[in-house]
Design a protein. Structure first.
Length: 147
């Protein structure tokens, strides 16, 4: 696991330790982390603070040219909402820690020119599988599922 995906995993673990959903993300430009975040829907009672959204928020306002040089790392395949932000800001590369427990619209992102690199890290998979077993209702809420 490279240093940036490791940093995203640390974010996921931080969110989990705070009682939230264990998904983390970092935004990297020119080899430097400029934003980091984790899912905070539970902690902040937010409808939109998925890890990628929190990461982009924490990166602050960037120039369009900055986003076009960026790579977004996420421990889990980005959902429709987060994929929309990737497309809006024209982030060209997304590194996905795993897409076994959940797969967002990766093919759609690819069709729009985004390069998706799926690592399928055992650590990312195990963290999400454990969370989904322990908190199925919370997980379904996070992805907008009715069960």
């Amino acid at each position: 696991m490279d240093e940036f995906l490791r940093a995203a995993l640390v974010e996921a673990q931080k969110g989990h330790a705070a009682g939230g959903i264990p998904i983390g993300s970092v935004l990297v430009i020119d080899g430097t982390i400029v934003g980091r975040g984790h899912n905070q829907r539970v902690q902040k009672s937010s409808a939109v603070l998925h890890a990628e959204m929190d990461c982009l928020e924490n990166a602050g306002r960037l120039q369009p040219s900055d986003y076009r040089r960026a790579t977004l790392y996420s421990t889990l395949s980005p959902c429709d909402m987060c994929s929309g932000a990737i497309l809006l800001y024209k982030i060209p590369i997304v590194v996905v820690g795993e897409n076994q427990t959940f797969r967002g619209p990766e093919e759609y992102l690819r069709s729009r020119g985004v390069k998706i690199h799926v690592i399928n890290s055992a650590e990312c998979i195990e963290l999400m599988q454990r969370f989904m077993r322990e908190h199925p209702a919370l997980w379904n809420e996070d992805i907008g599922e009715v069960k």
